[in-house]
Design a protein around this ligand. Sequence first.
Ligand code: AMP
Ligand code: MG
Length: 318
Amino acid sequence: MKRLLALLLALCLLCGCSAKPVTAQGFAMDTILSVSLYQGGSQALAQEALSLADEAEARLSCHREGTEISRLNQEGCATLSPETAELLAFCLDMYAASSGALDIGLGGVSALWDFSAEQPSLPEESALLEALSHAGADGLRLDGNEATLLDPCMQLDLGAVAKGALADDMAALLRERGVTSFLLNLGGCLYLSGGKDGEPFRVGVEDPRQSGSMLGVLYLTEGAVSTSSGAQRGFTLDGVRYHHILDPKTGYPADAGLLSVTVVCPSGLLADALSTACFVLGEEGAAALLAQFPQASALLLLEDGSLRVLGSLDFEPA
Ligand code: AMP
Ligand code: MG
């Protein structure tokens, strides 16, 4: 929570707000969400954009009873809304494109980890292996809006993509209503549109090694910025850090030599999916994945502290 507040504060400072934006804040998807409208819009519209988060959570959460995903997890088949079906189809494509690194079928495994427990502990190895044997998003079949889990023990978890999808939905609403300059901050996923005061937005990229300090500044007029990092959620036990981004090959936190991945691209959903997948894949795999998506670029922080840019980014290191 402290880390999120620091990030919000840092963003606000970097944005150096001259004209006062219309702002609204909320909490959903286990994170603080904020909407800032710089040109056009109203308080009511900012709130309406925020309310899309509750709608998305009511469809997509695997932690709440009665959502589309929970019904699918419990019953093994479900008729989905067109929006949810489209999102799952995208996730299947990304599962294939990332050679399984982005696996929304990991829900049974992620449920065994409690990264926010007051007294954290490791899952039982045997339970982890059992859950892992039911993972693999290719066990999800989609026929239009009808979804079936071929292995009924597979459980879906959309945590890696839900915020990015929400960012796109919020951005579409704001554009449709004529807002020409806005900033959405959904925790690890930002969406910026229209620049600010005729200049690109300045986005601070947080250094995961030290809360409140920055790796540098990205200059961006339009698009999404998604960061995946082991620092965002996790615990340290006996001197070892266990974080929330899991390697589908092992069921344990991904350990591919990266401390954080920040992806910039026009779509929030793609940025969110790619940042998680790249974190799991490591530097080489991330480069190969990004090569399939020329509209996306990434900033990697390697374990040795060096930075690597994939694609083209307007980035100024600190
Ligand atoms: P993100 O913060 O977008 O990188 O997504 C991390 C979240 O996605 C975790 O909290 C889990 O809910 C879920 N997750 C963890 N590992 C994976 C993975 N390899 N593929 C898909 N989802 C994952
Ligand atoms: Mg993600």
